[in-house]
Design a binder for this molecule. Sequence first.
Ligand SMILES: [Zn+2]
Length: 407
Amino acid sequence: MRFNLIFFLFITAYNSSLYAQTKADALQDIRIDVIYLASDYLEGRETGTKGEALAAQYINKRFKEIGLLPKGDKGNYDQPFDFVYSNNPHATGGEERTGRNIVGYLDNGAATTVIIGAHYDHVGRGAFGSTYLDGPVIHNGADDNASGVAALLYLAKALNSSDWTNNNYLFIAFSGEELGLYGSKHFVKHPTIDMSTVNYMLNMDMLGRLKENTLVINGAGTSPTWKSSFTQIEKPALDIQTHDSGIGASDHTSFYLADLPALHFFTGSHEDYHKPSDDSPLINFEGIYEVSQYILGLIAQLDGAEKLTFSKTKDEENRKASAFRVTLGVMPDYASKGEGMRIDAVLDDRPAQKAGIEAGDIIVKIGDKDVKDIYDYMEGLGAFQPGDSTTVVVKRGKKTLKKKVSF
Ligand SMILES: [Zn+2]
């Protein structure tokens, strides 16, 4: 979508107000944030590119005007991280790049902090992670995930003037999500607050397509408190579908793996997922506002509660884009550069774990199919039906092991 700068500046100036925001104000902010972040000017916000830097600049400006304290590195909002970019999974090297998380803090002088996050990077012109195969075209990523960032900014503004002050709030716009959760993994390894004070984490990824008032909440099993809290939120009346697993294809996974209660809010997949057609005209802006209200309701609900208890979940793979009849029950390491497919995590009680496959193992063969990368792995899996058994060959350190897997 083309972006009109003059119109944007006019609206921003017009909208400045010292008063608590009305729904109309909030919706206007949400529209502007999504339309700007998903404009062609930002070229699909691929991590480490000019488009990502422009998006980062915009979020910096928004955090500042909302009144958040910088909580990245060196007194800035930015928390940079280095990585090697390659769109060829067979390559050993690649291009050295720097991405950045944007981190802002609302300090209520409380003992505990709630982390609220949304990734702002997307797949650029589709060299990596696109489901569109007709050449390089800008992927604007309006739903994925300008929508979540707009909700993040709305929540920051709302919480800054709320009475729910029993927690501090840390707002993180992550980068590197599409390439393999780089930004959230980096934050968990290099946190800018004391992680033992973190109460819980809320991740918003793809909130722009609310249909029939259905909101999906992943990670509902990561604390015994979640489900009873959901039932006590009266407004807005959304049809809530929960999934227990703390492991999924977005940034909450990094926090779950650090033993923190973590949720992922999601309005569902659609045919424009990771395609150039995921653009602003198809966004349900009112839906983003409704889901944000629901999240505020949850925060309010938990404001007087004790620090949440973490619970490990029976994990299931995220099936948002999967058409397979069988799964192994592993999280692939999307960042791995070597030959084969490295496993980041093994889910409990699924075929891989039952066969004795471990995190860190590298799958090099499934049945007759040699596995050089994640695409071979998916093709290999596609050959099986529930009830089938096969041999999976993995490398563990210097050893090569054969494991019998039943689907
Ligand atoms: Zn996303």
